[in-house]
Design a protein around this ligand. Structure first.
Ligand code: PLP
Length: 404
């Protein structure tokens, strides 16, 4: 027999969303006639736009012809797509050779964890997207789980609450090798200001840390004064990598396409470039994003695609506004939902899973318990703006009948 990887045994209770799915299923079994609406998982619901659909169909049909067929491509992705991402989404702030495309940001986070190995120390926003912590645990870079605090002993948790404008007190933090930072944030919907990111970069440079900046929701930033990329900040090229994705702005959650920007200037202690090792990882354990999907990505970032992307984002942001208004009418404090598709609602004195259960069993609406994103998420609930409009409207009508 083979011994189980002991790191996996350290993960308590499994991943958050399977647990939510289990409870939803149980609720459906108890209430067979109920139509459960999900404002829970951040999965996109609206169809691909026509311009992207046409590009995908053309690319797929091309594969059936002698001239259009292609097999393996460069692991880093089409040169044209890397250039288009650098030009259109980063306004030339990063080089095409620094952009490596992939099958999504989640997968890139896992491969970055492989890149940095298990000897690194790690800091995460608390609450945060679970993959930063869980992936670090699987790699063996977390230490043991302490059930009293709900924290891994080897991970530094940076509390991000309304009281500190969702930005950690950097002066109170120990040095770590890696700092995971997500803006717009999942789950709080908070977006870091330019000043805050400048402080973060200064902190990382002073500590010789590397920021893993997750900008998967950057297209949801409507306020032009807010930074969409860490590379808008002076000095970030020497202390950050950025993961991002086509999932949330154009609905590629199922198609799978993302990218990571790893600047040439970023080096390890021994002076060797991180980009060189990142290329080595990508060419070893990844074989390139699907060629059909990359054609879809090219369409998404041309002028027509970008206009359609703005419409898709606007649709979800109208949902966010509806949910925010509903919570306001209910007298519930909420955050986010303005430059981000998540609304972070506060239920003082309540346990997140208890609020989740009430909303599920009394309104047949699925949300996400804040405590699933880290100990500082206790007492909060995340509502996602990804949903069909009619469902969001109905969910808000049902929510308004509850009182907390
Ligand atoms: N990063 C954050 C913060 C997310 O919330 C998600 C998905 O929910 C991802 C990354 C995953 O993106 P992708 O679909 O590109 O893997």
């Amino acid at each position: 027999m083979v011994a189980r990887n002991s790191n996996l045994a350290k993960l308590p209770g499994g991943y958050l969303f399977p647990e939510i799915g289990r409870r939803r299923k149980a609720c459906q079994e108890q209430n067979p006639g109920a139509r459960i609406i999900s404002l829970g998982i951040g999965n996109t619901t609206e169809p691909l736009t026509p311009h992207i659909t046409e590009a995908l169909a053309r690319a797929a049909a091309g594969l059936g012809t002698a001239e259009g067929y292609s097999g393996y491509g460069d692991e880093q992705g089409f040169a044209s797509l890397r250039q288009a991402i650098a030009d259109k989404l980063y306004q030339g702030r990063v080089g095409a050779d620094e952009v490596l495309t992939s099958d999504g940001a989640k997968c890139d986070i896992g491969r970055l964890q492989l890149l940095f190995g298990n000897q690194v120390t790690v800091a995460v926003q608390d609450p945060s997207y679970p993959v930063y912590v869980d992936g670090s645990v699987i790699m063996g870079a977390s230490g043991d789980f302490d059930s009293a605090s709900g924290q891994y002993q080897g991970i530094v948790y940076m509390p991000c609450l309304p009281e500190n404008q969702f930005f950690p007190d950097l002066g109170a933090l120990p040095r770590t090798d890696l700092i995971y930072f997500c803006s717009p944030n999942n789950p709080t919907g908070a977006v870091a200001t330019r000043e805050q990111l400048a402080q973060l970069v200064e902190f990382a440079l002073a500590n010789r840390s590397i920021i893993i900046f997750d900008s998967a929701y950057s297209e949801y930033i409507a306020d032009p004064s807010l930074p969409r990329s860490i590379f808008e900040i002076e000095g970030a090229r020497r202390c950050a990598v950025e993961v991002s994705s086509f999932s949330k702005p154009v609905g590629f959650t199922g198609l799978r396409l993302g990218w990571t920007v790893c600047p040439r200037d970023l080096v390890f202690d021994d002076g060797s470039p991180v980009l060189k090792d990142w290329n080595r990882i990508m060419t070893t354990v990844f074989n390139g994003a699907s060629n059909v999907v990359q054609h879809g990505g090219l369409a998404a970032v041309d002028d027509t695609g970008l206009a359609e992307m703005r419409r898709t984002v606007a649709y979800y942001m109208e949902n966010a506004a509806l949910i925010k208004r509903c919570l306001e009418e209910m007298g519930i404090e909420s955050h986010g939902g303005v430059n981000a598709p998540y609304i972070w609602a506060r239920f003082p004195g309540c346990k997140s899973w208890d609020v989740f259960a009430r909303i599920l069993n009394e309104a047949f609406v699925v949300c996400t318990p804040g405590s699933g994103f880290g100990p500082a998420g206790e007492g909060f609930i995340r509502f996602s703006a990804f949903g069909h409009r009619a469902d969001v409207v109905e969910a808000t009508e049902r929510l308004k009948k509850l009182s907390f």
